[in-house]
Ligand binder design. Structure first.
Ligand SMILES: Cc1cc2nc3c(=O)[nH]c(=O)nc-3n(C[C@H](O)[C@H](O)[C@H](O)COP(=O)(O)O)c2cc1C
Length: 342
């Protein structure tokens, strides 16, 4: 039977995937409280639909950082897609492009950022981890610019790796050889230093690139204010899919205070626990410009390569349209907090 929702893709992916890889993708940190609550908190929010609205024409097209896309649903940066499918991130980029949306490619991809750009037909942003040194990071940013990436997304919630016990129990190195973090091939011992990523790093990043700089992993109004003060072009509210500090606020819970603090000064996005069109509707109603989807993309990729990624995005798109119609919102602009009972 054809999968009809993202959970069907989850089942297919689990059947097909090596258990160690599955646990790497599926797991969270510590007791996985945040992993579970990311989804659970969406279910807690009730909708207040309006009736007798003409919803025959329902339009989900929008833009992010001025880039037109068909739906407010982006591919979150996730590492090591070759564990899920032999074509890895290249297939993911093709799937996203096929439905006219944007992919954020991870620093820790198993294909180089150039290979991903070659394969892509839609817009790309580059997610940056500053691992080894500022010089190495600057090299990645220059390569991303040259390859046509249209923004840099600095992930800031990984000053250390979270305690991911499911993955640790397998004892399999990530990525397992012969797979590599493709963007770092050729980086020598001499390039490896220690860097503290701080607010000053944002200032530095803005001096080395003319691309918009977005920040991913913000969970408080205080940090959102600082992000604005340091000139970011966008904020992604995220707890890294429950893989970093366990027990933090969920993304959907943190979103309202961040939207309020930002007060329209930059675009705000969110990720974590998006599994249904109604989840997307709720995030937009709380002020997100768009959402990012992490694990469901990997499920589509593992089940059916580029086509699976395309299908997962199409399913979420169709579900969002249906939610908009049933709630009485023919346009994205008409979705607001009055459609929610909090
Ligand atoms: C397997 C896996 C790998 C990830 N790798 C990255 C990464 O390389 N860079 C990054 O910024 N976030 C990474 N994330 C976090 C995602 O971008 C995103 O915040 C999270 O997956 C959203 O939650 P969801 O999976 O419930 O949609 C990863 C998440 C998962 C599940």
């Amino acid at each position: 039977m054809e999968p009809i929702n993202v959970f069907d893709y989850e089942t297919l992916a689990k059947e097909r995937m090596n258990p160690a890889y599955w646990d790497y993708y599926a797991g969270g940190s510590d007791d996985e409280v945040t992993l579970r609550d990311n989804q659970r908190d969406f279910a807690r929010i009730r909708l207040r639909p309006r009736m007798l609205v003409d919803v025959r024409q329902c339009n989900t097209s929008t833009s992010v950082q001025g880039l037109p896309i068909s739906m407010p649903i982006l591919v979150a940066p996730t590492a090591m897609h070759c564990l899920a499918h032999s074509e890895g991130e290249c297939a993911t980029a093709q799937g996203a492009g096929a439905v006219d949306t944007l992919m954020i490619a991870s620093t820790s991809a198993t294909r180089t950022l150039e290979e991903i750009a070659q394969a892509a037909s839609g817009p790309l942003w580059f997610q940056l981890y500053i691992y080894y040194s500022l010089d190495v990071a600057a090299g990645l940013v220059r390569r991303a610019e040259r390859a046509g990436y249209q923004a840099i997304v600095l992930t800031v919630d990984l000053p250390a790796m979270g305690n991911r016990e499911r993955s640790r129990r397998h004892g399999v190195p990530m990525p397992p050889p012969p797979l590599v973090r493709a963007n770092f091939v050729g980086i020598g011992q001499e390039d490896i230093g220690q860097v503290a990523v701080t607010w000053e790093t944002i200032d530095w990043l803005r001096t080395i690139t003319s691309l918009p700089v977005l920040i991913k992993g913000i969970l408080t109004a205080e940090d959102a204010q600082l992000a604005i003060a340091h000139g970011v072009s966008g904020i992604i509210v995220s707890n890294h899919g429950g893989r970093q500090l366990d027990g933090v606020v969920t993304s959907i819970e943190a979103l309202p205070e961040i939207v309020e603090a930002v007060a329209g000064r930059c675009e705000v996005y969110m990720d974590g626990g998006i599994r249904r069109g109604t989840d997307i509707f709720k995030a937009l109603a709380l002020g997100a410009r768009a959402v990012l989807v992490g694990r469901p993309i990997i499920w589509g990729l593992a089940a059916d390569g580029a086509r699976g990624v395309q299908q997962v995005l199409s399913i979420l798109h169709t579900e969002l349209e249906l939610a908009m119609k049933l709630a009485g919102c023919p346009t994205l602009a008409s979705i607001n907090h009055t459609f929610l009972k909090l």
